[in-house]
Design a protein around this ligand. Structure first.
Ligand code: HEM
Length: 406
């Protein structure tokens, strides 16, 4: 099991994860948590609100001094249970209705065209830096109301916070320090920006949330700050990895890319398949609120569990040839496969799923229209050290334009 956690296995966690799944449904970690490997067990835990998400910090970050936690790791609604979770999620979810997200399509199309144009002009470039980061970062910053001049700082803080989702024993003291600094600076940045929005409201999520805070006791200042930070970090550190990991998977399987070229109607199915095949969030945790039984194991109140999204998504019991990339898997099947776990399930189901799906669909549409050749320049790109929010650190790539773009 330890192999799963080794940084040298970031490029391919799926081999150790398959071995674990074949060895059994449940495994104990050195931290005293139990890992779930099978789709059905992972899905059952995520869908059952008798499992809490409020203890993740204690389980994975025992080194964070809880008295000062609010100054460091802002506890957002991602790590809350009802009723606080319901109240805070409700406030943000207004910005993510399907109508609101569909309205962002023209802007996402323009951005994708601009970034792909830059990549074509460069010919050879780092796909992570030139496309995977700027697309979702710009979209989420514009939605929240972060000025363009601050996008680079937001990217740096978010990277340090996303690294900090890993269990502390897997992080160096420097990485833990960087997480604490990023949290402090990010909070201070938003405090200042919120003051500016209060004085001069704009048509953005920040102004809307600031107005809610002003109206009374619905939202405290700390909650407002942590909601902003979470939405920004969750809103791009994940999608970056869908773009880079997803395009890497397609470039490695030219036959699958060929299917998409032949029938762009497969794009929505391909996006779901890429999320299943290489989920940007590899695992999550829960703790039992009451005595629970999963996969024949008893969990007492407070016992922690790790839901291995990366394993459940490849489980042959749920997905035919689960280790195989098949862009047609989610297209118009008489017996559709189950929902993948990449966006979680249940109460914490990703709020930004429709936005992430739209960004990836638009990017694929743009690439198929404009680019004739897409190929990685290295066989094994480097990966970030992150265990939880995992993806390539860089992806040297070559693009060649289509002669007659459609
Ligand atoms: C490919 C991209 C994305 C992936 C793979 C992803 C994955 C996830 C997962 C797995 C969770 C739930 C974690 C758990 O149950 O423990 C989650 C929650 C969340 N995501 Fe995403 N996400 C993505 C994109 C986005 C975007 C674009 C946004 C917003 C702009 C966003 C905002 C959120 C928020 C606010 C939550 C917390 C929801 C709650 O606790 O109720 N995500 N995401």
């Amino acid at each position: 099991m330890a192999r799963l956690f080794l940084p040298e296995n970031r490029a391919d966690p799926y081999t150790p994860v398959r071995e674990l799944r074949e060895a059994g449904a449940v495994h104990r970690t050195p931290l005293g948590l139990r890992l779930l490997t099978r789709y059905a067990d992972c899905a059952a835990v995520l869908q059952n609100s008798a499992w809490s998400h409020a203890d993740e910090a204690e389980m994975l970050h025992p080194s964070v001094d809880t008295e000062h936690a609010s100054e460091e790791l802002p506890t957002s609604f991602l790590w809350m249970d009802p009723p606080d979770h319901t109240r805070l999620r409700g406030l943000v979810s207004r910005a993510f209705t399907s109508g609101m997200v569909a309205g962002l399509r023209p802007r996402i199309e323009a951005l994708a065209a601009e970034l792909v144009g830059k990549a074509l002009a460069a010919g050879e470039f780092d796909l992570v830096d030139l496309i995977a980061y700027p697309l979702p970062l710009t979209v989420v910053c514009e939605l929240i109301g972060v000025p363009a001049s601050e996008h680079d700082a937001v990217r740096r803080w978010s990277q340090d916070l996303a690294r900090g989702f890993d269990p502390d024993p897997l992080m160096t003291p420097q990485a833990q320090e960087a997480r604490a600094t990023a949290a402090r600076e990010f909070m201070a940045f938003f405090r200042d920006l919120i003051d500016r929005r209060r004085a001069d409201p704009q048509d953005d999520l920040l102004s809307a949330l600031a107005a809610v805070e002003d109206q009374g006791d619905v939202l405290t200042e700390t909650e407002l700050l942590s909601t902003c930070v979470t939405t920004i970090v969750a809103g791009h550190e994940t999608t970056v990895n869908l773009v880079s990991g997803g395009l890497l998977a397609l470039m490695r399987e030219p036959e699958q890319l060929g299917l998409l070229r032949a029938d762009p109607e497969l794009i929505p199915s391909a996006v779901e398949e890429l999320l299943r095949y290489d989920p940007p969030v590899q695992l999550t945790t829960r703790s039992a609120k009451q005595r629970m039984t999963v996969a024949g194991e008893v969990f007492e109140p407070g016992d922690g569990v790790v839901v291995l999204i990366n394993s459940g998504n490849r489980d042959e019991r749920a997905f035919d040839r689960g280790d195989r990339l098949d862009v047609t898997r989610y297209h118009d099947r008489r017996e559709p496969p189950p929902r993948h776990l990449a966006f979680s399930l249940g109460l914490h189901y990703c709020l930004g799923a429709p936005l992430a799906q739209l960004e990836m669909r638009v990017l694929l549409e743009t690439l198929l229209r404009e680019v004739a050749v897409l190929e990685p320049l290295v066989d094994e790109p480097p990966y970030k050290p992150n265990l939880v929010v995992r993806g390539p650190a860089a992806l040297p790539t070559r693009f060649q334009a289509r002669k007659n773009p459609r």
